[in-house]
Design a protein around this ligand. Sequence first.
Ligand code: PDG
Length: 318
Amino acid sequence: MASENAFSDGCAWVEGEYVPISEARVPILDTGFVRSDLTYDVAAVWRGRFFRLDDHLDRLWRGCERLRMTPPATREEVRAIMIETVRRSGLQDAYVEVVVTRGVPGAGERDPRRLTPRLYAYAIPYVWLVNPDMQDQGGADIIVARTTRRIPPGAVDPTVKNFHWGDLVRGLYEAYDRGAWLPVLTDGDGLVTEGPGFNVFALVDGALKTPERGVLLGITRKTAMEIAESLDVPVHVGDLPVSDLYRAEEIFLTSTAGGVMPVASLDGVPVGDSKVGSLTSRIRDRYWDLHSDPALSFAVDYGEASDRVGTASVRSTV
Ligand code: PDG
């Protein structure tokens, strides 16, 4: 039987309206589409609770500032819109994205300062970069990409979450060509950066290492670091040479889309005993436990349509 809720596959907010995800469209001239001139963020809802939404909004606002864009709605409005997309969808486990683009230029307009930013948001079912079965069975098979390096920070600032995924997608194809699931990209000078949608951690000589430069400052990365510290495991944020990755006792990847994800093999060679490492396992369990912690999460009210999010009041500012 078809669902009675038109939003059950996902709900988007586009130009002041909530629409079913399959009907959501972007204006073709939006510079987000034609220039990747935007920033975005993704938060998760797990078992009906948003996780660290304020951290994601902080990052979105920082990104807008760096891009010299003023978001077209207040932080409270964006927060309410994100919650409302989830509420309408009814999804208990959701991937909730919000995008701020530079806007839609008038005829012949080339000056980005003259555009009015646009806001888009949507909630869809939760996304796993490494699915739970694969995670339980030891994790992802990954490679260090040889043919593609990460875009340098001096070209595109990786701390501003962006859609410049050309290098990451090219890396994915290299992973598939080499029989692996995901690539990790280097900076081209022997240091690990990140991969398509995740940060990287390695347990080396009893300490966790994760790159400092050339990466998004992931919220899951931050959570994993906090958990490691609570377990008295030293965390070194700095250079992560590829050579350290090859001698790591454990490797894991972090993303809002999948959490703390174990790595089973690197370039075809098992990491550790190719079962989920004990530290990775402890951090992963704690990560999911924290999703019900009221200090870091709050429940979505899935009740009747609320007038807290008057579309009209927000529309006037978007
Ligand atoms: N690095 C990159 C390039 C990312 O896109 C992401 C997140 C991360 C690191 C990890 O950040 P965080 O822990 O804050 O999630 N990317 C995914 C969206 C992209 C996808 O693969 O769908 C996410 O935000 O879930």
